[in-house]
Write a protein that binds this ligand. Sequence first.
Ligand SMILES: CCCCCCCCCCCCC/C=C/C(=O)SCCNC(=O)CCNC(=O)[C@H](O)C(C)(C)COP(=O)(O)OP(=O)(O)OC[C@H]1O[C@@H](n2cnc3c(N)ncnc32)[C@H](O)[C@@H]1OP(=O)(O)O
Length: 302
Amino acid sequence: MASVLRHSAKFTSGISSSLAACARNGTACAFPCHAFRHRNSSTSSKIRVDLDSSTGVAVMTLQGPPVNSMCMDFLTDFAISMEKLELDKNCRGLILTSAVPKVFSAGLDIMEMYGKGPEHATVFWRAVQEMWFKLYSSNMVTIAAVNGSSPAGGCLLALSSDYRIMADNPRYVIGLNEAQVGIVAPFWLKDNMVQTLGHRQTEKSLQLAQLYSAPDALKIGLVDKLVPEEKVLSTATETMAKWFSIPDHSRQITKSMMRKQTIDKFLSNRETDINNFANFVTKDSIQKSLGTYLAKLKKKKA
Ligand SMILES: CCCCCCCCCCCCC/C=C/C(=O)SCCNC(=O)CCNC(=O)[C@H](O)C(C)(C)COP(=O)(O)OP(=O)(O)OC[C@H]1O[C@@H](n2cnc3c(N)ncnc32)[C@H](O)[C@@H]1OP(=O)(O)O
């Protein structure tokens, strides 16, 4: 709870923060103040949210270096930001992107799963479920602007969005590589992938823990569009306009109809899924796999 309060994202007026910035720099404000009239920003330790009320588009920027890994603070910030945006009548669409060079998100923070007891595993997994659930069931149009590598939990963010745009860079990878880490994608994430790629492709992707380069991800339909890196965000904004041309109520009902089965299955198995995770991740054999994987990640640098 303390952590929730500490990291509670505070929406502040864009006008006052811009003026404050000008005042801090001791410079005349370069932008006319009306340019900020409709902007609201919130920043927490891991996530920044900028909502332009005049367009109805919020940009959520992941800003947790070195790799935007999803630790408890990240998950808490994410849930709070989503709740605020969902309740904000001025917000119709959300773009997810990263401020960390070359990485969209490295997925779950492995340190949150390594060397921790079942109580921590329970709290952590509930927060992971909540992140997926809030995004997957969002009323907003959600677009992932994937401007870097996006393995595992990073791919989860993309998969649960309505549309995925990725930087056209063959060095960036995306996919669910959980099996490589010695863990298993939960059923709701597997279902989410099946809906996107189909059963056969998902089976191969998950069993082989495949990470696809951006061009390969486009080929199999894991992402919808590739654009040069500097155009990822602007393309996401243009794409949003197309989705906004459909009336919200009919688009939202259609989305919820398409996703209902997966959501219902998740909700009725949520507690079992948490218990399975806590039992699974605290097993000696799984801890050993996680330790080996972590060591490999560290060794990469040496
Ligand atoms: C019946 C049983 C069923 C029960 C169900 C059980 C469920 C079990 C669990 C299911 C969980 C599924 C859902 C999701 C899982 C995950 O997300 S697991 C995480 C997987 N992620 C990865 O494998 C990515 C690993 N990282 C990388 O590949 C690279 O870091 C990168 C993202 C491509 C970036 O590369 P680069 O820019 O070269 O950075 P690095 O030098 O590699 O890393 C910088 C530092 O960050 C550390 N780090 C990287 N990733 C993570 C991470 N995910 N968690 C924690 N830390 C990470 C890395 O070690 C470096 O650290 P330092 O060396 O200390 O600087």
